[in-house]
Ligand binder design. Structure first.
Ligand code: MN
Length: 151
C-alpha cells in the first residue's frame, strides 16, 4: 500500500463496535490497534505512533477529550491526528474535543466512506495521487457490499 501500511488506533469501549471497526478497517488493508480506556489510548499512541487515532468520547475513567489533551501535550504524539467519534457531536463535548486538539468530530454512526475520507485527509499527506487511486479501487470493491455502518 502507499507509504506503508497505515496504522490506526481505535479507542472504543464498546466491544461489539471494536470488532466491527477491526473487521471493516482490516478489509481496507489497515493495521489496527485497539484501546478501550483513555489511559490505554495515551499509552498506545506513544508506543505505536499510529497514523491516525479514532477516539470515542465516552470512555471509562479518562474520557476521550482528556486523552486527546494528553496526546497533544506529549511532543512525541502531538502531531498524530485525532478524529473524535461521538454519538453527541453537537454537544459541548465536541467543542471541547476540538479545543483539546482533535482535527474533526464525526457523528456516530459513522460510514466506511467517512472513515476513508478522514484517513485520506489527515494521514499520509504528500501521496495524494496514490491515495486517490487506492481509494477508487476500495470504492469499487465497496460498491458490491451494501453500506457498512459503524455505530
Ligand atoms: Mn463509549
Amino acid at each position: 500500500m502507499m507509504c506503508g501500511t497505515k496504522k490506526i488506533l481505535i479507542v472504543e469501549d464498546n466491544a461489539d463496535l471494536c470488532d466491527l471497526f477491526t473487521i471493516t478497517l482490516k478489509r481496507l488493508g489497515l493495521e489496527i490497534a485497539i484501546a478501550i480506556t483513555g489511559e490505554e489510548a495515551v499509552e498506545r499512541a506513544s508506543a505505536m505512533k499510529p497514523d491516525l487515532i479514532l477516539m470515542d468520547i465516552r470512555l471509562p475513567k479518562m474520557n476521550g477529550v482528556e486523552a486527546t489533551k494528553q496526546i497533544k501535550a506529549d511532543p512525541s504524539t502531538k502531531d498524530i491526528p485525532v478524529v473524535i467519534l461521538s454519538a453527541f457531536s453537537m454537544s459541548s463535548h465536541g467543542r471541547h474535543a476540538i479545543e483539546a486538539g482533535a482535527v474533526e468530530v464525526l457523528q456516530k454512526p459513522v460510514s466506511v466512506t467517512e472513515i476513508e475520507r478522514v484517513l485520506n485527509k489527515y494521514s499520509c499527506t504528500g501521496h495524494e495521487a496514490q491515495t486517490e487511486s487506492s481509494s477508487a479501487s476500495v470504492s469499487a470493491k465497496r460498491s458490491q457490499e451494501t453500506s457498512n455502518i459503524l455505530h
